[in-house]
Design a protein around this ligand. Structure first.
Ligand SMILES: CC/C=C\C/C=C\C/C=C\C/C=C\CCCCC(=O)SCCNC(=O)CCNC(=O)[C@H](O)C(C)(C)COP(=O)(O)OP(=O)(O)OC[C@H]1O[C@@H](n2cnc3c(N)ncnc32)[C@H](O)[C@@H]1OP(=O)(O)O
Ligand SMILES: Cc1cc2nc3c(=O)[nH]c(=O)nc-3n(C[C@H](O)[C@H](O)[C@H](O)COP(=O)(O)OP(=O)(O)OC[C@H]3O[C@@H](n4cnc5c(N)ncnc54)[C@H](O)[C@@H]3O)c2cc1C
Length: 634
């Protein structure tokens, strides 16, 4: 007899009479029906393998055992990748990212940097000959690489990196050295124990002149013994300059000195998608749990309500739910720009490089910081159980907050965006993605609170805040301040302008995607409600920017507040159906709070039972420490 599949009655009720086709949203998020089929095939292929399951929860293993277990699974995954039904890159992305990858490699993938940075660096910056020599070896995993840029003393300021590569014309070799303790490469993933090669970013010196940071291929460990090569601690020999600019002993400048930063641009684009996947997981866990959890009293004498029925809970969870769609659509838009710009750059056309740099910095900083804030709100919305390690919130939060720092610390990236915006506004040129900065914003300054009207408000705020920042810079200049001091003293305004620009890009991506997308009426309705909720939410959160830069009035704000709470109530009935549309398997969510069937309490209990401390009634430490204390009559 088939075992009755348990489904929490509240969740079951939430799923009845769904007014839209969940699969249509799943296909939209996957990039089409075929992609969904491919993803599900791959998930079944990977998640059905018993060897990829953890015998004990990772949190109960030692540091070394965690590493060994993750490496075991990562290597097994790579073998499975070689035979996987899906193509290479989609499978790679699935295995490296926050989705399928983190379902198997919960503490992180020891081979991630090999795919996320080492291979992209070879592809983006290696010469044809270098790619012929190393790419096949890297793809066949006959070498494991990492990307070693950050040093103990420098991570942000690349022009300050201390590792030196001195070209010796006699031997036609580069001598790499770490001249000081602060020059030691620090942070690169896999560098400690896994990688045997690295792309090392170092200051290139030739004929006594520093030509700036360049990438070098360096072998770190013996390919057979994995022992570090002689002198590897503070002296490296025989590196090879990637995309060599040394022709017959003479340095030839690249067309753009920042092309050596291209790998970071790629990862910034990828990080936007990755943090969005993590946010989807957090929202799914919190939403399902909030419909299972009944607590307190809403109507005196009534049964305890689902906590999702509190407007306060909807205010916590529906904006992040909407954000997952907003960030996904913006990340897709950025990914397309990346490919266009990259193809142009390969043809020698660098025109889109500033746009790509500006937008990738903006979106990486915005998506990672907003996702981190939203994940913490999701965790808090689950009360005490959200604090448990098994809820998966601590791990998800650790992953998204890391993204606020790596691949360019967010503040530094905001200032890069501001530099690009100020230049575009002042020079009134270029600026593909900031066309509104070129020429004056036309039309009346009156406010209408339609979707189009709200987008216009975002545009006014974006251009207005750039002008406020420029006015600050000019004011400092008139006082005789040097440009670098004026820049530093305007940082607060510059960052606000950069953030307003990033939010405008996300808002326009969401609105435009709904206009262009071939959506059924029910899906269009629910996504339009989410879009309107999200852009009003952000406007209310940042109302100061809009008061400063438009004719927004107190009445407008009160009207928008009313519209916002109406939208909370309108979307509430579809919350579970929307997160079900993400089609995230329980193994990917990895949380008893977010499981599809809502059997939360039993699963929490089963998880607790796995703890080593729950394998006996009295832990041995009682006899060693507590019992003597109890007898000591202090
Ligand atoms: C296949 C993938 C599958 C799955 C993926 C799954 C998961 C992915 C998730 C996570 C990834 C995995 C692991 C974590 C990896 C993390 C790795 C790292 O952290 S690597 C190290 C990262 N480090 C940084 O990002 C350093 C940040 N600092 C900088 O970038 C630079 O120092 C700076 C801040 C940009 C300043 O540089 P600089 O001082 O040289 O430049 P200026 O500010 O003076 O500007 C001069 C000029 O250059 C332009 N410019 C600067 N940078 C760039 C660029 N990157 N591209 C293009 N142009 C650039 C700048 O705009 C100025 O232009 P101007 O105004 O003069 O016209
Ligand atoms: C999980 C993780 C994985 C990583 N993986 C890798 C890797 O694989 N390879 C690699 O090379 N690196 C890696 N890194 C390092 C990472 O890239 C750096 O930590 C990051 O670039 C930040 O640089 P920093 O640590 O020097 O911070 P700092 O720049 O020292 O930041 C300290 C403070 O200084 C501020 N600050 C710095 N410059 C400015 C400025 N110009 N204006 C205003 N404020 C400023 C920052 O905003 C910040 O508040 C990783 C880091 C993490 C957390």
């Amino acid at each position: 007899m088939s075992k009755e599949i348990y489904e929490n009655p509240d969740l079951k009720k939430e799923r009845q009479n769904c007014p839209f086709n969940k699969e249509e949203i799943t296909h939209l998020l996957d990039g089409g029906k075929e992609k969904t089929i491919e993803r599900k095939q791959l998930e079944n292929y990977i998640l059905s393998d018993e060897q990829l399951k953890d015998a004990v929860p990772m949190e109960y293993l030692s540091h070394a055992d965690k590493y060994a277990e993750e490496l075991r699974k990562a290597c097994l995954l790579m073998h499975k990748l070689a035979d996987s039904p899906a193509g290479q890159v989609p499978t790679l992305r699935a295995l490296m990212g926050a989705g399928l990858g983190s379902a198997v490699l919960k503490e992180g993938n020891p081979l991630a940097l090999h795919y996320v940075m080492f291979i992209p660096a070879l592809m983006g910056q290696g010469t044809i000959d270098q790619q012929a020599k190393w790419l096949e070896k890297a793809y066949n995993l006959n070498m494991i690489g990492t990307y070693a840029q950050t040093e103990l003393g420098h991570g942000t300021f690349l022009r300050g990196l201390e590792t030196r590569a001195t070209y010796d014309p006699k031997t036609q070799e580069f001598i790499l050295e770490s001249p000081s303790l602060t020059a030691y490469k620090w942070w690169p993933g896999s560098l400690g124990k896994t990688a045997n090669y690295a792309v090392v970013m170092a200051q290139l010196y030739t004929k006594g002149k520093c030509e700036g940071t360049h990438p070098f291929m360096v072998q770190l460990r013996d390919e057979e013994t994995h022992e570090p090569l002689p002198g590897i601690v503070n002296m490296w020999l025989n590196p090879v300059c990637i995309s060599s600019y040394i022709h017959y002993g003479t340095y030839v400048k690249p067309t753009n000195s920042k092309l050596s930063y291209a790998t970071m641009v790629f990862v910034r684009v990828v990080v936007c998608q990755d943090v969005t996947t993590n946010l989807r997981k957090a929202v799914t866990i919190a939403t399902r749990y909030s419909c299972v959890r009944r607590q307190s009293e809403l109507k005196p004498g009534d049964r305890e309500p689902q906590v999702m029925d509190y407007q306060a809970q909807q205010n916590k969870l529906l904006p992040p739910l909407a954000a997952t769609f907003a960030f996904q659509l913006a990340a897709d838009h950025l990914w397309n720009l990346y490919h266009t710009a990259n193809n142009n750059i390969e043809q020698g056309d660098l025109e889109l490089l500033p746009d790509l740099h500006g937008l990738s910095c903006a979106l990486k900083a915005l998506c990672s910081s907003e996702a981190a804030n939203f994940v913490e709100v999701c965790r808090q919305s689950c009360g005490g159980h959200g604090y448990m390690s098994c809820s998966n919130f601590p791990r998800i939060y650790g992953q998204v907050t890391a993204a606020e720092t790596y691949e360019g610390e967010n503040t530094v990236l905001w200032l890069q965006v501001a530099r690009y915006l100020v230049k575009t506004r002042k020079e009134q040129s270029g600026g593909l993605s900031v066309k509104y900065l070129i020429g004056e914003e036309k039309g009346p300054k009156t406010v209408d609170t339609t979707l189009e009207g709200i987008v216009k408000l975002y545009r006014r705020a974006a251009v207005g805040l750039v002008d406020v920042a420029i006015a600050e810079l000019d004011k400092s200049g008139r006082k005789g301040e040097a440009p670098h001091d004026a820049w530093n003293h305007a940082a607060v305004y510059l960052i606000k302008a950069a953030q307003a620009h990033a939010r405008l890009f996300v808002v326009e991506s969401f609105v435009d995607s709904l206009k262009e997308g071939k959506l059924s009426a029910p899906v269009r309705t629910v996504l339009s409600q989410l879009c309107e909720l999200f852009i009003i939410y952000w406007l209310l959160e940042r109302s100061g920017d809009f008061f400063l830069c438009s004719n927004l009035t107190k009445q407008d704000l009160l009207l928008l507040n009313s519209k916002y709470v109406e939208l909370l109530a309108a979307i509430r009935p579809q919350a579970v159906n929307l997160v079900d549309s993400f089609d995230l398997r329980d193994e990917v969510l990895n949380s008893p709070l977010g499981c599809w069937d809502g059997n939360v309490y039993q699963r929490l209990f089963d998880e607790a039972a796995k703890s080593p401390l729950n394998q006996s009634n009295v832990h041995e430490s009682f006899h060693k420490y507590l019992k003597p204390l109890l007898k000591s009559n202090l």
